[in-house]
Ligand binder design. Structure first.
Ligand code: SF4
Length: 262
């Protein structure tokens, strides 16, 4: 396909992609599946008339859930929330999705503002800082279906390792199944490739600070979709290793050209 596909080519591409969008990733090596998901995410974040950053986050979370292997025993259970005390880094679309969930919860918003301040001070002092997530309610995540990928993909094999790490404040010792960490890494690269294709910054934000900025910014999602950096100054310093940067470029090239005007 040329760099400037015709409307008919874009339609044909969209029809082909649609066949993959409700399926799990069939291994990180399937180029057609991977390209379809990157294109879909980029379209949702690209400022088209059908764009929705929150929908991009929803698609991405569901893709992870559909793709993750359940062939091993995990210690994670409903009502167990030892790990919900870490800093949570999110992409902008995830922050928009969470903001839509909590926008009418005044107490939660106030707690998130307070926690954002705690993390802002803690980040410069201690990498091992802990504070209970303000979205936790009765040891359950109050935005469970919309929780960020970094929460979704944080699982443990042995609860004693969670207690040692998060309750006893010991050295980080939580083992996770390798297929889960591999899928999590691949999903991150998929989102980063989609952000690049959509012309957005590849940036991670502390969840509470990003949601707070979104809620205090009029028309935040529309402005972000149109290209305004409404999260200016909040991006965390997360350097990308050269091999990750190369993989993002490879995935973005796989998905281009993109039907951004579909
Ligand atoms: S967002 Fe939900 S899953 Fe993530 S740390 Fe907060 S309560 Fe836990």
């Amino acid at each position: 396909m040329s760099a400037n596909p015709t409307a008919a080519q874009r339609r044909a591409q969209a029809e082909q992609d649609a066949r993959w969008l409700n399926l799990p990733l069939s291994g990180p090596g399937d180029p057609a599946s991977v390209a379809a998901h990157v294109r879909h995410l980029a379209k949702l974040m690209g400022g088209t008339r059908r764009a929705s950053a929150a929908a991009a986050a929803a698609h991405w979370g569901q893709l992870y859930d559909r793709s993750v292997s359940r062939d091993f025993a995990l210690a994670c259970r409903e009502g167990c929330a030892h790990c919900c005390c870490q800093i949570v880094l999110v992409y902008a679309p995830e922050a928009f999705r969470i903001a839509a969930q909590v926008g009418d919860r005044a107490e939660t918003i106030a707690a998130m503002q307070k926690t954002a301040g705690t993390w802002s001070e803690a980040s410069s002092r201690s990498a091992n800082a802990r504070t209970t997530c303000p979205l936790l309610s009765d040891c359950r995540c109050s935005i469970y279906d919309s929780r960020p990928l970094n929460c979704r993909a944080f699982v443990a094999i042995d609860v004693r390792e969670c207690i040692s790490t998060f309750v006893m404040m010991g050295k980080f010792a939580v083992r996770m199944p390798v297929p889960v960490t591999n899928l999590r890494t691949f999903c991150h690269m998929l989102m980063m490739a989609a952000l690049r294709l959509a012309g957005k910054d590849i940036a991670l934000y502390e969840m509470n600070a990003a949601v707070g900025r979104i809620l205090e910014t009029p028309d935040a999602e529309a402005r972000w979709l149109a290209g305004e950096d409404i999260l200016r100054g909040l991006a965390q310093d997360v350097p990308l290793a050269p091999e990750i940067e190369a993989e993002i470029e490879r995935l973005a090239a796989l998905a281009a050209p993109i039907a951004v005007r579909a």
